[in-house]
Design a protein around this ligand. Sequence first.
Ligand code: P6P
Length: 345
Amino acid sequence: AVAARAGGVGTPYTTWILQQEMQENIDGELAVVLSSIGLACKQIASLVQRAGLAGMTGLAGEQNVQGEDQKKLDVISNDVFCNVLRQSGRTGVIASEEEDVPVAVEETYGGNYVVVFDPLDGSSNIDAAVSTGSIWGIYESDSSCIPDFGSDDSAKVEEKCVMNVCQPGSNLLCAGYCMYSSSTILVITIGQGVFGFTLDPTVGEFIMSHENIKVPDSGKIYSFNEGNYAMWSDGLKKYMDSLKTGGKDGGKPYSARYIGSLVGDFHRTILYGGIYGYPGDAKNPNGKLRLLYECAPMSMIAEQAGGKGSTGVARVLDIVPEKVHQRVPFFVGSKNEVAYLESFM
Ligand code: P6P
């Protein structure tokens, strides 16, 4: 008889979820949400792979709450995530980069899960077929924020939903991303290490390819948009200049790698080591990336893999969001590079 693998390389994502439930690392409700997210990622992977063919590149003619032109695939990917989460019957509130305000899923609302996500980050790269990704985080619903749909007016419902999603990243039960690149890789943590699953298109299932990912303690790669150098703080300029002459311990200068798509830059950083950063600058003191559905989930993954996620002066996971689309300066990757950066800030 083939012994049931204990969740090692080669394990299908669906099987891994069931194993986590059997080992009581997650409950049945969360297992359903994780499975639904896997479905959303497969659907988006299929759309992204065919974007140029199915006439889905180009703008959707609208702007999102960030004032960014929405690409057709942004809108479609958001619909995909919202639909699978609603249909999972286990999601109470969803907050998306593409939604102005969090959305209460009324038919099942009540003590279920809060899911925050960026359905297709880096979508400005779609027309050039550069890697993009979906990012998500899952929280326990805060029972004190559950609207009373019978008596609360829409403003009260919205207020309670915002309170429910504005939880510190340290509360995250799960964080993950799916990278749509030369291969489609779903990376996830439920608080017990980080696992990577590569989509096998011949089977239509994610298969574990990376067991217990660990970020190297150091890595001589930095990933910043140096076009913003002139607007950076003196401390950050000194840090970057140091990396170009070997960094804290000297030696070989660091290499620059910048895709301009968070999920691609992050995935390379946790596998190869080094640091990815999107600092604040004179024009945008809080940088560009959003705390709730980009920096916090990525920081949970980084920490679970032995790395660090920092604003330069604080641990990202300790920050309590005040607004759903709040931005923070973001530095993530090998603990030595991030700690060295913090010493300049
Ligand atoms: P810049 C993509 O638009 C994104 O949100 C992240 O995926 C990416 O890391 C960053 O912005 C790139 O920003 O200013 O370097 O083009």
